[in-house]
Design a protein around this ligand. Structure first.
Ligand code: UD1
Ligand code: UDP
Length: 370
């Protein structure tokens, strides 16, 4: 008998990174259903990915929505526990490090349901990040820890997690990129729509709480972008996350000293669907980002990246030469952009071979079909 599996997800990156796992479960006719926490709910952060990646509709949606961490996490915890009690899955899968991940993992563990954590073992060693707390706690209440790399496995073993629970599978983002890169190339019209030529623009994404909730840090990064666009004379395209849009509006209203928001060539656009984003990312001359998924994707796609953070839980990107962790100071960001633009490409992708989902489903189903 195959186990009954719940695939949980709640935010844009979880939908994208769970998509290959869902596809694999469908192919094997496994007994599974999708539980959406409702942490992301705007069409361009949620529904568009279900449509484009042809995912089955969630059987349940907790509709937790936005709120303070405690409020959002608590709503998901209560909602997930009630659904798990009703549905009685044997395995609950979570992916990544969001509040949805922590709450679903905890709800399942307390009900003695086995938890599989995809993307286990990442550490920034910065406990002020909500994601660091979420991933540590999720790892430590999981039964199956799917580490994307050997480095992540070593971290888990170093924290005392028994080796029988840890599996190096690669990251499912590689599967998602391999499955959609060609489609993006064929179907996306985003370059024409934005009147861009390949290699003639930079792409920016920025949404981390520690960056955009601090007017000083957000202001400093915007100043850096101004310097970057002035030096390289390249347009900067920024598909802006709704959280950052809100904070940017507040910055504009409060008027931070020394900040020039009229950055020429900085084009703010709405968040993109996955194929448009992949196409824009693949053809960018340089990407500047604080996103975890975008650090990985640029590394996989061979696009140079400047990481707009003080640390990273994806050090593999730096080790292979795909990225520099630049912090938020304008001069450091400018210097990192110069270095990355002059760097030889052709590094190895450290995140796997695109078969992570197959391995994960093999492990939780004992390798059999439904
Ligand atoms: C969350 C995750 C973060 C992840 C990111 C992916 C946590 C603590 N943070 O951050 O790790 O990198 O998702 O994108 O789990 N909003 C909308 N529409 C939506 C969702 C959010 O407008 O569909 C706005 C709301 O104003 C909300 C704000 O964005 O208050 C923040 O949303 P939230 O889910 O709390 O955190 P993210 O910044 O999206
Ligand atoms: N992404 C997207 N449209 C956008 C920006 C990002 O589809 O406008 C995708 C991107 O390809 C990556 C994922 O969203 O797979 C990253 O999500 P995000 O940056 O929100 O979260 P993080 O990875 O930092 O948790």
């Amino acid at each position: 008998m195959l186990p009954k599996i719940t695939v949980t997800l709640g935010t844009r990156p979880e939908i994208i990174k769970m998509a290959p796992v869902i596809r694999e479960l469908e192919n094997r006719r496994a007994d599974f259903f999708v539980l959406h926490t409702g942490q992301h709910y705007s069409y361009n952060m949620d529904g568009v990915f279900f449509e484009q990646l042809k995912l089955p509709q969630p059987r349940h949606n907790i509709q937790a929505g936005s709120g303070f961490h405690a409020e959002q996490t608590a709503k998901i915890l209560v909602g997930a526990a009630s659904i798990f009690q009703q549905e009685k899955p044997e395995i609950v899968l979570v992916e990544g490090d969001t509040n949805s991940v922590l709450a679903c993992a905890l709800a399942a563990a307390k009900l003695h349901i086995k938890v599989g954590h995809i993307e286990a073992g990442l550490r920034s060693y910065d406990r002020t990040m909500p994601e660091e707390i979420n991933r540590i706690l999720a790892d430590h209440c999981s039964d199956y820890l799917f580490a994307p790399t050997e480095k992540a496995k070593t971290i888990l073993l170093g924290e005392g997690i028994p080796k029988e629970k840890v599996f190096v599978t690669g990251n499912t983002i590689v599967d998602a990129v391999y499955q959609n890169r060609q489609l993006a190339e064929e179907q996306s019209r985003i370059l024409a729509k934005l009147q861009l030529s390949p290699q003639k623009y930079f792409l920016v994404t920025l949404h981390r709480q520690e960056n955009v909730d601090s007017p000083a840090r957000f202001g400093s990064i915007l100043t850096a972008l101004e310097k970057v666009t002035a030096e390289f004379r390249m347009p900067l395209i920024y598909p802006i996350h709704p959280h950052s849009r809100k904070r940017l509006n507040e910055l504009v209203l409060s008027g931070v000293e020394g900040l020039n928001l009229a950055v020429p060539k900085l084009t703010l656009i709405e968040p993109l669907d996955f194929l448009d984003f992949l196409q824009l990312e693949s053809n960018a001359r340089l990407v500047l980002t604080d996103s975890g998924g975008v650090q990985e994707e640029t590394c996989i796609l061979g696009v140079p990246c400047v990481t707009l953070r003080d640390n990273t839980e994806r050090p593999e990107t730096v080790e292979v030469g795909a990225s520099i962790v630049a912090g938020t100071s304008p001069d450091k960001i400018l210097e990192a952009a110069r270095i990355m633009l002059n760097k030889k490409k052709g590094w190895q992708n450290p995140f796997g071979d695109g078969k992570a989902a197959q391995r994960i489903v093999d492990i939780i189903t004992g390798g059999s079909d439904g």
